[in-house]
Design a protein around this ligand. Sequence first.
Ligand code: GSH
Length: 304
Amino acid sequence: MLVNGKWSANWTPVSKTDGKGGFVRPTSGFRGWVGKDGFEAEAGRYHLYVALICPWASRTLIARKLKGLEDVVSVSITSPVMTDEGWTFGGYDGATDDPVNGARAMHQIYTAADPVFTGRATVPVLWDGKRKTIVNNESADILRMMNDFGGLASGVDLYPEHLRDRIDATNDAIYDTLNNGVYRSGFAQSQEAYDSAVADVFATLDRMEGEIEGPFLFGDALTETDIRLFVTLVRFDPAYHGLFKTNLRRIADYPRLTAFLKTMLAVPGVRETVSVDHIKRGYYSLKALNPSGIVPTGPLLDWD
Ligand SMILES: N[C@@H](CCC(=O)N[C@@H](CS)C(=O)NCC(=O)O)C(=O)O
């Protein structure tokens, strides 16, 4: 992580716990909004930094596709392998360089925005090429922001008025127990914290299996909640089930969640945001959880 703008190389997955060995995710520091806050909506001005391994970053990448923002917001993709320098650019199939800032590593984007930044150099990051700063590094904000993007977005409404209460309630219900629940399981520092996280994960999967109306969560409308659920489901069998020990059941054991996963993959634009290779290679390169770095051959996925 960065401390007063200096990179410290001893990366560990957990920087904060709840006192009982439970993983606590740090909050995001940059919370600007395109269309407000002096970040005028302009095509070609903004750049998105993502890792394909990362569910939070993938939310924003999917929104960029579904909202017709590919020509408005450019993208850099990091290598999936977490290094001593954190996320780095290039050097891996499907990873790109950083044509905007010429950075070697993601932490340089943070210090370009704030030379004395303290915190983790996370993805996603939405960068403003004009003001040369980070607009926002919170995926929930970027996903919501891209629904409109100061009037430049088009396509499906991911946050329709009549579903907002259900969207907000379901987002809240699945964040801690499932989206972050898998991390609370994998990064648990005590048996108690792990047991509680795994119980949350499967209670929520069971609940979602019952609640999905089909083809999407709330019926025919594809909303941001579908994106938030999908990014966790698509990583579950290839990575979380093994590495994070969320192994009571696989998504493949849930017929309706599997049907939903395949529906999402068939939505134009979504499949190309998913790289099972980046997901497996990335998660299994977390040395704290997998010191050998060996990536498992399986599982066989009937959707990949
Ligand atoms: N709150 C952030 C969390 C993002 C996040 O934790 N990203 C992970 C990758 S999946 C990351 O970049 N971690 C680097 C680190 O922890 O040093 C968001 O949702 O945007």
